[in-house]
Design a protein around this ligand. Structure first.
Ligand SMILES: Nc1ncnc2c1ncn2[C@@H]1O[C@H](COP(=O)(O)OP(=O)(O)O)[C@@H](O)[C@H]1O
Ligand SMILES: [Mg+2]
Length: 352
């Protein structure tokens, strides 16, 4: 099972520019989480902080219990081996074919023989649907294939934590769905802890077990997917619905007076443009038939059940609803559905 990642009140600045502050969250072991946020809110900076490429000036980051903000370089080097990272641009070497790109971490970090390396590389290329393309250069293949090659490379060291930065960037919606399915299937197969950083609303609705959102230098919320997807928080609603009306502006965050003007317009019926409002929750993507059972599902169910009473009412209702849909015992009222009930109804009908 993948390891737990926990941040405790981390704050990151570059010079006098505060990127985010007091970010505390836990990525539960082996579950898929997503961090949402408008462009420039520091999602990539957060991802890089988790692997120790950037160092927050305050707070702690525990990877499997070790605080990487205070550990030795040697420890950090070992901890980094737990990670597989798919950077936004795929970060493939342009002059190397896909085989050598995927083999690179194995040649760099292990003493495996070339025949062992070949076995692993071909397995990951098959997993990501790239068999037959191993001789191609990154420049010769589509954006979707480059993403998958980046993912194949992120998987060769059997990571327990997979970080994915904007998996949808440069991909059309269909390719994005394929990649989403691949991430869920990978989670089913290797039970790694996964964090996806994205501003893709559809992906966020469909894929993760847990969702968080960065806005105005704060983590607005983080928790089971139902919490964010049923949230009435204006910034969350605006973001999920891709609307112009709300706290998120064109380039920067809007000021109070502009928001008041827009709210007045909105109240008067002049809705600022944007996507049709989507209400409710769509069912989460499942691993494809033939995949192992995704262990995270059962673990998450137990975990969420423990914290259910602490969640907002709308989230509680959505969670109960999805548990019923999935036929989870003890949220159902089985006796009510016995034949006896049916008979009574039929009798009443006959008598009436
Ligand atoms: N290494 C760096 N040095 C200085 N500023 C940086 C560095 N990396 C990112 N930033 C700044 O941090 C802010 C957040 O960037 P980023 O994490 O890339 O946002 P996002 O991924 O959410 O779009 C941006 O203003 C960016 O310019
Ligand atoms: Mg980014």
């Amino acid at each position: 099972m993948g390891v737990e990642v926990r941040t405790e009140s981390i704050t990151k600045s570059f010079g006098s520019q505060r990127i985010w502050q007091d970010v505390s969250l836990t990525l539960p072991s082996g579950e898929v989480s997503a961090l949402l946020g408008p462009s420039g809110t520091g999602k990539s900076v957060f991802l890089k902080s988790l692997i120790g490429l950037l160092r927050p000036e305050r707070g702690s980051i525990y990877i499997d219990g070790t605080d990487i903000t205070t550990c030795s370089n040697k420890e950090l080097y070992e901890i980094r081996k737990l990670f597989g990272v798919l950077f936004q641009d795929g970060a493939l070497f342009g002059s190397m074919n896909l085989y050598d790109n995927v083999a690179f971490p194995l040649r760099e970090h292990t003493k495996k023989s070339e025949s062992d390396i070949k076995k692993i590389v071909m397995e990951k290329l098959e997993l990501t649907g790239l068999l037959g393309a191993e001789g191609k250069l990154p420049g010769e293949i589509s954006g979707g294939m480059r993403k998958r090659a980046g993912l194949a490379r992120a998987l060769v060291l059997d990571p327990q934590i997979i970080l994915v930065d904007e998996p949808d960037s440069g991909l059309d919606p269909v390719r994005t769905t394929y990649l989403s399915q691949l991430l869920i299937d990978i989670n089913a197969q290797i039970d790694a802890t996964i964090l996806i950083v994205t501003h893709n609303i559809n992906l966020a609705r469909l894929v993760p077990d847990n969702i968080g959102m960065l806005f105005r230098r704060e983590l607005v919320m983080f928790g089971p997917r139902e919490v964010l997807l049923t949230s009435e928080e204006p910034v969350v609603k605006q973001f999920l619905n891709g609307r112009m009306q709300g706290p998120i502006g064109m380039s920067e965050e809007k000021d109070e007076s502009q928001m008041a003007r827009e709210q007045a317009m909105f109240d008067a019926g002049h809705h600022a443009g944007g996507a049709e409002e989507v209400e409710g929750i769509i069912p989460q993507m499942k691993a494809q038939p033939g995949m192992p059972v995704r262990q995270a599902v059962g673990r998450r169910r137990e975990r969420v059940r423990q914290i259910l009473h602490t969640l907002p009412p709308a989230a509680q209702e959505a969670i109960r609803h999805s548990m019923e849909e999935n036929g989870d015992a003890d949220t159902q009222v089985m006796p009510a559905y016995t034949g006896g009930y049916d008979t009574t109804v039929r009798q009443n009908l006959t008598n009436g």
